[in-house]
Write a protein that binds this ligand. Structure first.
Ligand code: 3H9
Length: 686
């Protein structure tokens, strides 16, 4: 079997695992490993065994692609037992990542040696699971209870040094995995590297620690993981049975389905038609506009070690831009992501000026000026004259027509939309908006840039608002309609927060600044279809000069970190109901979530139908990584699949009786529902 190779050197045996790209513990790998250990364990000429992996990493976990399919034996818990019970000592050599099932394999071995830089973790909770191959039972027998439960419940990996301190690793060495494996096996054979059987070690997880973690646990996923770890107080075989039962329960949960989808969404969006185009090299960047967005983009570029020229139109704003960048980088220092010397080095790589000519030599320019077509056309006309041939000219517009902007230049093939989300140096999403003339290599370069910036790029065609803001503009109205029809806005926020959104829509509006939406509404007023309902409450709020957090008042009243409901908003709603002859209805929380989510699904389906997004999973990724969508629902279209498309069609048809203009079933949604298909079926074909 190619996934597992055995090499002998005198009385030493080396087992090499090889399942590119990340050595997931697939059926072939499990079978090969189990057979190899069985044979070597029975071989009287073998004195010690070393287990290691080829390629860039040790085993990164169970094979997630096998989840949900019929089990193929041996399953990972059995393989781990085989390793632990092997009569010959096995030392496991770890490099790259030893995650999930990968770490569980290591825990079952008799000694563990890390190669410098290795990360060790149990990230199962990020998939709505818990370690299911002995991780919850063996880890508390090797490290203290607090460390064990932190790893099990947060999914965060630890460094080689921390693992050595905690006793998870017996040694840390430097070198190539094969060479270290050979040396370690020799040390074990010579008795200079001690071995032990994890099952025979005492459990170090106390009831007190369990209690502390229980109080902190905020999700059913964490609670289940704690319950499994608690069983480490029992004999290993009994504990393993409890862990297995809880693992199966987690596997069957909707939370796992949603989170697994989110895991694949993060990776699927990189599969674009332009993937084979040759990207251009980007050594330096320019940013136009030194506001919060422009400074954030410049910070993101700097953090990726790219020198930046930042252009601010007004002399007096240059200093503000410099300070904002410095503040952003200070934040990175505080979060432990950057050293003070590193920050100073990065600050030396940015030039802030009003002189556009400074952009002459850069490889990419991102424009982040005021959202006005006239202003953008001027800027791009200028850039066309100044920038060197081959430079990428990108706009950070959040809804304007990229094709129109491209026409201001003599090189529309070099123009693209790069829509960052605020704060740009923190938010993971980057919408890559491809114009009709954009060259494939510009798209490929933008995706490569996103990776360098540690962002998730999603490809969008041109339309008003692109994928995210277009869908947002639609479903946001449903919250206003519910408010006018009688649901207090704070109930809408809290119902959606309970559903899993980081913040409800009214709280988000306050945070983003209500004046922005107000300006857009005023601009769009003359184009608003007469049949469309319009809710005026938000305008009343803005007319008072209440623009949200920045003015201390909006839908809520702010006092430091605390917020209370602004009672005037309820009055505005009541007045509007009275003027329009609307009788207030009661909404329960579920009804609020159902309507809000149905509205989101409607516009998401249209975006897929019109091919603005490549696949449904691209829409899901936009919401997961740019709009605080609850990861356990996997994105709006995964939510639709999990809810049932026929259920959604029926809901929308019911709502449509009240408002046939807003509530219409998109053709694609109806077609999928009628043919018994799902949005996820469309992901597979793409
Ligand atoms: C588990 O272990 C359960 C057990 O406790 C119990 C079992 C009974 N399986 O991320 P990348 C694919 S749960 C299958 O771009 P990187 C990935 O989809 C598991 N496939 O690379 C992508 O495919 P494609 C616990 C996997 O270098 C390709 O590999 N483990 C798996 O940026 C490259 O991935 C985890 O949750 C997998 N386990 O990052 C770890 N992992 O090219 C999950 C990756 O077709 N993995 N793929 O799009 C990771 O966190 C990252 O992949 C890793 C490498 C950090 C390892």
């Amino acid at each position: 079997m190619t996934e597992v190779a055995v090499r002998r050197e005198a009385d030493i045996a080396l087992i090499c695992l090889n399942n590119p790209p990340v050595n997931a513990a697939s059926f072939a790998l499990r079978k090969g490993l189990s057979d190899a250990v069985g044979e070597l364990g029975a071989d009287s000429t073998v004195k010690a065994i070393a287990l290691y992996a080829a390629g860039r990493t040790f085993v990164s976990g169970a094979d997630i692609k096998e989840f949900g399919k019929p089990l193929q034996y041996p399953i990972l818990p059995e393989v781990c037992s085989t390793l632990e019970k092997c009569p010959k000592p096995i030392v496991c050599v770890l490099h790259g990542n030893a995650l999930g099932g990968g770490l569980e394999i290591a825990l079952a071995c008799h000694a563990r040696v890390g190669i410098t830089g290795v990360k060790l973790g149990l990230p199962e909770v990020n998939l709505g699971l818990l370690p299911g191959a002995g991780g919850t039972q063996r880890l508390p027998r090797l490290v203290d209870g607090h460390t064990a439960l932190t790893m099990i419940t947060t999914g965060k990996p630890v460094s080689a040094e921390a693992a050595l301190d905690a006793g998870l690793l017996d040694d840390v060495r430097e070198g190539a995995p094969e060479e270290i494996a050979l040396a370690c096996a020799r040390d074990v054979a010579a008795g200079t590297l001690a071995t032990k059987v994890t099952a025979e070690q005492a459990n170090r997880l106390t009831q007190e620690t369990i209690g502390q973690f229980r109080t902190k646990a905020r999700s059913e996923v964490a609670e289940r993981a704690i319950k499994a770890a608690e069983a480490a107080g029992l004999p290993l075989e009994e504990g393993l049975k409890i862990e297995r039962a809880l693992f199966k329960e987690a596997m069957a949960s909707d939370v796992h389905k949603g989170m697994k989808h989110a895991f694949f969404a993060e990776r699927a969006v990189a599969k674009i038609p332009e993937a084979d185009a040759q990207p251009r090299e980007l050594k330096s960047a320019g940013v136009i506009g030194g506001g919060t967005m422009g400074s954030g983009i410049a910070t993101a570029m700097l953090l990726a070690k790219m020198p930046v020229v930042l252009i601010e139109m007004q002399e007096e704003r240059v200093e503000f831009a410099k300070q904002t960048i410095a503040k952003n980088l200070d934040g990175a220092v505080k979060r432990g992501k950057l050293s003070e010397a590193g920050r100073d080095g990065l600050l030396a790589m940015v030039t802030c000026t009003t002189d556009m000519q400074a952009l002459a030599g850069v490889d990419i320019v991102v424009e982040a000026v005021f959202e006005s077509m006239a202003v953008k056309l001027d800027v791009f006309g200028e850039l066309d004259k100044i920038c060197k041939p081959g430079a990428i000219l990108a706009t950070n517009t959040s809804y304007l027509n990229v094709d129109e902007i491209a026409q201001a230049t003599g090189r529309p093939e070099d123009v693209i939309g790069l829509h960052f989300f605020s704060p740009a140096h923190v938010m993971r999403l980057l919408e890559v908006v491809v114009g009709k003339d954009t060259a494939p290599e510009i798209v490929a370069t933008s995706f490569r840039l996103a990776k360098r910036l540690r962002k998730i790029a999603v490809r969008s065609e041109v339309c008003d608002g692109f994928i995210g803001n277009r869908i947002l503009a639609h479903y946001r109205k449903s919250a206003n309609y519910m408010q006018l029809d009688g649901a207090p806005f704070e109930q809408i926020d809290s119902a959606l927060e309970k559903f899993g959104f980081a913040m409800g829509p009214f709280a988000v509006g306050d945070l983003a600044g209500l004046d922005i939406g107000w300006a857009t509404r005023k601009r769009q007023a003359e184009f608003r279809p007469p049949e469309e309902r319009y809710v005026e409450v938000g305008d009343r709020v803005c007319e008072q000069g209440w623009f949200g957090r920045k003015t201390g008042m909006g839908f809520y009243v702010y006092d430091g970190k605390d917020r209370t409901v602004n009672p005037a908003v309820h009055e505005f709603a009541e007045n509007e109901r009275e003027a329009k002859g609307i009788a207030a209805q009661e909404f329960d929380d579920q009804e609020i979530v159902d309507r809000y989510m149905a509205a989101m699904v409607v516009e998401s389906a249209r975006v897929v139908e019109e091919k603005i997004a490549l696949r449904p999973i691209d829409v899901d990724a936009v919401f997961l990584f740019g709009y605080g969508f609850p990861r356990h629902w996997g994105g709006p279209l995964q939510y639709a699949d999990m809810t049932g498309l026929d259920v959604l069609v029926e809901r929308i048809e019911n709502y449509s009786k009240e408002d046939p203009f807003y509530w219409q079933v998109p053709g694609l949604l109806r077609e999928l529902a009628e043919t018994g298909k799902t949005f996820n079926d469309l992901n597979k074909g793409a």
